[in-house]
Design a protein around this ligand. Structure first.
Ligand code: PA5
Length: 394
């Protein structure tokens, strides 16, 4: 269960009308709402579970290669739920979020003596960092598994084009499909996120159950969207997601991507930042308390099992909220009764809904990221001028 403290904010009649109008447009005209259809994702569960069992049986290390929406959601949930001090089998390694660095050599060394399986995830199937990382690891796979190297890769990509699609066809590599109407950052509850998470031992059914409940409780997400929008209209330019548990750090990375890529367009949108408390109270806390009041805060906290620590944390949260209010930093509080898959699935879908609503309020399309394409085009152009550096899988 999750409680939301919006400080009694609720939609007035004009906002209600606007919300209904947006919802109607979304349901009738939006072509990118595949993420909204949770039942569709449930249909994939059997294949995901069977594949995950095979993976677990056949490797020591499961490498998940992807970037952006093809990486952050699964990484966020994995980090949130895992016990970092417990040895896991298979070990899950997420990689591919940079141009390969010297550390890739360290990884290759580490993999030499291990049984490995790769899940390469990219909706476009052409993303430079992803393709390059796969390309770098291929010689190792071929050396270790000879003619059976292709059985050591699972591709998750679209169903008609791109380098990964062609590559999987040419070498008969197992492939999962990312449907056209599910955008990258809206894909964690599809095969993109569910396969790695099932391998990691998370309860993905519960994750989807939580998401389904958030869909039933959609009014909460829409209220949150309107409240954020109100702060934006009142002049706030930043929104800070604050957490008390470092294990949620990748969850706030996921949130930053979801909101920045969906809403930061046409000169509009709040700039999302994240803070870990208490850590950042001893650094950025000074600015928040006495610097310009640029932001509002959304606090995300899970109740702890240890009652004393939980009491202390609750008091800490209250004190921060009251102190920051003195510098005109409003707060919203989201509290999970415990950190589990159901609550995390709920939160994911809650933020999907509010991001969709928030984008409609700003009158920007939430599903594209044309801004990100600009550097990619420049890069592609400069690689064309240096053909030796062009990256091709086949
Ligand atoms: O949300 C998005 O669509 C993006 O962040 C993409 O996920 C990211 O650019 C990676 O793209 P791809 O999955 O095509 O490799």
């Amino acid at each position: 269960m999750i409680t939301f403290d919006f400080h009694h904010y609720s939609l007035n009649s004009e906002e209600q009308k606007k919300k209904e109008k947006i919802k109607k447009t979304f349901l009738e005209e939006d072509n990118m709402k595949g993420w909204y259809d949770l039942e569709r994702q449930e249909k994939n569960l059997t294949e995901i579970e069977t594949t995950a069992q095979e993976i677990k049986k056949n490797c020591d290390i499961f490498l998940v290669i992807g970037i952006g929406g093809s990486f952050l959601g699964a990484k966020a949930l994995y980090e949130a739920m895992r016990n970092p001090y417990q040895k896991e089998t298979p070990e899950i390694i997420f990689t591919g979020t940079t141009i390969p660095r010297d550390s890739l050599e360290e990884l290759k060394d580490y993999l030499k003596e291990k049984e490995i399986i790769l899940n390469v995830i990219s909706k476009s199937g052409n993303t430079l960092e992803t393709i390059l990382t796969l390309k770098e690891l291929l010689p190792l796979l071929k050396e270790k598994y000879q003619e059976k190297w292709n059985e050591r890769i699972i591709i998750t990509t679209n169903q008609q084009k791109g380098q990964l699609y062609e590559f999987s066809n040419q070498y008969q590599i197992k492939r999962f499909t990312i449907e056209e109407d599910i955008g990258g950052r809206f894909s964690v509850l599809s095969t993109v996120g569910l396969l790695p998470l099932e391998v990691a031992g998370l309860d993905i059914k519960s994750l989807l159950e939580g998401a389904k409940q958030a869909k039933k409780d959609e009014e909460k997400a829409y209220t949150y969207a309107f409240l954020r929008h109100k702060f934006y209209q009142e002049g706030k330019s930043l929104e800070a997601f604050t957490i008390y548990d470092e294990k949620l750090s990748y969850f706030t990375e996921w949130l930053k991507q979801l909101l920045a890529e969906s809403e930061g367009k046409e000169g509009k949108g709040l700039f999302p930042i994240s803070l870990v408390y208490s850590r950042d109270l001893h650094s950025l806390g000074q600015y928040l308390q006495e610097g310009p009041s640029l932001c509002f805060e959304t606090h995300i906290r899970a109740i702890q099992k240890n009652k004393d620590f939980n009491f202390l944390e609750e008091k800490l949260e209250e004190s921060i909220c009251n102190s920051h209010l003195e510098n005109n930093i409003p707060n919203i509080r989201i509290t999970m009764d415990e950190k589990n898959e159901w609550n995390m699935g709920y939160l994911i879908f809650f933020f999907y809904l509010s991001t969709m609503m928030g984008s409609y309020l700003l009158e920007v399309p939430y599903y594209n990221q044309n801004g990100v394409e600009i550097y990619k085009k420049k890069l592609t152009q400069s690689l064309k001028e240096n053909p030796d550096l062009e990256i091709h899988l086949i």
